[in-house]
Structure formats: structure tokens, C-alpha cells
Design a protein around this ligand. Sequence first.
Ligand code: HEC
Ligand code: HEC
Length: 428
Amino acid sequence: MKEDTVSILRTFVCLNFRFNQCVTQKGEQNMSGQFVKLMCGIVLLGMVTGAHAQSDAVGSQVEFPSVAKMNAARPSTSVPLGLPEVTYPKDNPQTREKIALGELLFNDKRFSTTKEVSCSTCHLPEKAFTDSPLKVSEGIDKLTGTRNAPTVLNSVYATTLFWDGRSPSLEDQALHPFVNPVEMGLKDHQPILDIIRSDPDYRKRFKAVFGKRGKAITMTEVTQAIAAFERTVISGNSPFDRWYYGGEEDALTEAQKRGFNLFVNEGRCVSCHVIEQTQATFTDNLFHNIGVGINDIQEDVPKLAGEFLQAEATASEVDIQVLTDKRTSELGRFAISRNFDGLGAFRTPTLRNIAVTAPYMHDGSLETLKEVVEHYNNGGVTNEGDPVNDFLSGGIRPLNLSEAQIDDLVAFMESLTSPEFAQAVENK
Ligand code: HEC
Ligand code: HEC
């Protein structure tokens, strides 16, 4: 039995690899029936081995915004069902006090010019750490940026941050919103340090956590605390996890199970929104152009891209440009990699808790999950028949799914909601 298990898993990994390849090379349209059968095998396998999977089940009664607190209370080695282990940077180890400090900083509105905007203004715990239903985020004085706020949930697993991956770590990422003119609006980080160095509660906490006071406290400590908090903001244990990894046969409806099959077969979704044998982050952490946004600036791309390259903007200028100029934003990964492959490409987002975080895509341009599936079904255009853009990923082409199959795929994505957020879906 054990031998069989291992060999089936091996075949799966290998097939999945080939599957990815054929998808990215605009290859064969037909995935063989064997693959379908294998996937069924894997599902069964999930049920058999489910008993061995991590089962740190999170109670469904938990009220948010306690995800972080709940997670912080867990022993550091266990994660909710369906998630990978969390790794922590050597130079920023987790401590309970640091996490609590990070949460305070994340919620502190004094770190914006209007004293009205904190990180949680756009990453609200009860909205699965997004600002749903906003299309693009609103910062100080209701100024709008160009992009839809991604969730902070599970961002600890991301290998780069932001839609275009322009930030390498949670610590680095946390520096930017404070000084972005359409987010928190500060000219520099000094006002934050002034508050922290004089506020009695922060003084006490920074001393306890970092052993530092006064001028010794810098943005390094501030962003380390925020990142430590964010590393506890993880959530799994969705109905999908309980079915696939936990072996609970009736955790999914029949429609959701059909949707899963479409997700890994005809839909080809799994080639970018990755599901592995013991865990699923639903992202490959890579950048793809799937035909969102770029279509609007198609004709201007050569000029825009050329101008952008000439300008040789610094990292912080790029940060400001992509969030304040819609057309630069649509260049996507190109603005960072300066490589034409990156034109109109964005990082594959996770699909966990996707039912809570509408609207969708980097520009919030698709309102419902059904619209998203239709976009894919049309081969990377939102309106059927529109021409596809020149830089479209090879993995995107018409799927010929029926109306019923589209509904099943949507149903599957609705099974990715963690218990902490189930209420948020009902309230919609
Ligand atoms: C005005 C709304 C707003 C505020 C305030 C804000 N964010 Fe964000 N956040 C966004 C948007 C929009 C993005 C995506 C921007 C992009 O990709 O270019 C984002 C991206 C992120 C990401 C990356 C997630 C991913 O998957 O790539 C993290 C982490 C994050 N924010 C944390 C924070 C922290 C920490 C703060 C406070 C210091 C903060 N945010 C303040 C709107 C906001
Ligand atoms: C070639 C890789 C690739 C494939 C295949 C793919 N996706 Fe995506 N998906 C992405 C990328 C990249 C984005 C973000 C694009 C953007 O914002 O411009 C995305 C975005 C999404 C979103 C919106 C997420 C959010 O937070 O806004 C959903 C939902 C989604 N995909 C579902 C699917 C489904 C369902 C399938 C299969 C029918 C699929 N994807 C196939 C790469 C892919």
C-alpha cells in the first residue's frame, strides 16, 4: 500500500510537470483520459492518507479579527490543514510580544498624513484582509490608486510581494505604503519614528521586544514587527482542504468535486494556481499575462515601455508610478524586470478565500468569479471575440467549457473559504 502510494504520487508529480510544460508551450490541446483517471486516483489517495495529514483543525466558531491571534496561539510548528510550514527569517525570529506589537502598528492610523488610514484600512481582517468590494484601494483623502488590494492572508508563502513582485520580503514591503502618495501619504518615515519614540506604550514595547529605545529604534524594527505579525496571518482548513487533505468525503458538494476536476484538467487552472500533494498555496509565484488590463493600452505599449526604460526610475519612484499612473501600472512585471516577457504579466494570486475578496484581478476589473471563468473560457479576453493581446501567456487559450462547467468551477472556488471567513460570505 505504502509503495503504491509513493508511486502514484511520483507519477502525479511527473505528469503534473509535463502538463505544465504542454500548457506553457501552447502544446497539445487534449489531456489524455489517463490524467483524468490519475486525478481521481489522487483524490482517493487524499482520502486514504488523509488521516496522516496535519489536523490542527481550527474551530468554525472563531470570530475574526482573531485569525492572527488564533494562529499566534498555535505551537509554532503546526499550520492549519492544507498549508505549507511557515519559515521565518533568521534575523527576525517570531516572539509573542513582537507579533502583538506588529498588530498594533498594522492598525495605527497615526502613521498617515490624515491620521485616518492604517494598513488595516485596506487590509481589513473581516474582509479576509482586503478592502472588498473596492475595485482599487482608497488611501488618504479617498485618493485612489491603480490596483486592487491583494489579501495579506498567507502572503508569508509568497516569494515576492505586490502584483508585479517588486518587493522581496514582508519587511521591505511594509516600508512602502507609508510613503506612497495615494496610500498613507507621508513624505518620509520620520513622523512614524517620532510617534514611536515618544508614545509611552510603544516605548515600553520596543524596549521589551528589541531592547531598544529612542534613536536606536529605526524602520528596521518597525517593519520587522509588522512582518512578524503578518507571518501569523495564515488561513487554511477550508472545505476543500478537509476533503482533499483531510479525507472528509462530504466536505464538498458534487458540483464542487466536478469543479475540482475541471480545475486540474480541462480548465488547466492548476498549472498556475498550484495544488500539491500535502498542501496548496494556489500560486506558482510566477508572472503571467492572462489578458487583463493590458488590452486597454495595447497600442501604446511600445511607446510606454520605451519611455519607462529611458526614465531609469529608482525603486521608490517605480513604486509611486505604478500606483499613481494607470498606464504604467498595466505594464505589469515589465516595470520591474525590464524584460519584454513581463509585459502585462502579474503574479499569480492565491485563490484561498477568493469568495470573500471580490472584485478580482490586479485592477479589480472583474466583478464576479463567474466573470473570471468566462474570461479564461474566452481565451484571455473579457468580451468574447475581442482580439487577444500580443503578450498573452501560452497557458491561456479558449477552454470551450459549457455553462454548467463554468458554474462548477465557480462552486469549486467557493470551497476555498476558511472557517474564519465563512460568515463574511454569508453576509454578502
Ligand atoms: C490605501 C490602501 C492600502 C494601504 C493603506 C496599505 N495597503 Fe497593502 N496593498 C494595497 C494595494 C493596492 C496593494 C497592491 C499594490 C501593488 O501590487 O502594486 C497592496 C499590497 C500589499 C501586500 C502584498 C500582498 C501580495 O500578495 O503581494 C502586503 C503584504 C501589504 N499590502 C501589506 C500592507 C501593510 C503592512 C500596510 C501598512 C504599512 C499596507 N499594506 C497598507 C493597499 C493598501
Ligand atoms: C497561465 C497561468 C494561469 C492560469 C492557467 C490560470 N490563472 Fe488564474 N490567474 C493568473 C494570474 C497571473 C492572475 C492575476 C492576473 C491579473 O491580475 O492581471 C490570475 C487571477 C485569477 C483570479 C483572480 C484572483 C484575485 O485575487 O483577483 C481567479 C479567481 C483565477 N485566476 C482563477 C483561475 C481559474 C478558475 C483558472 C482556470 C480556468 C485559472 N485561474 C487559470 C494565472 C493563471
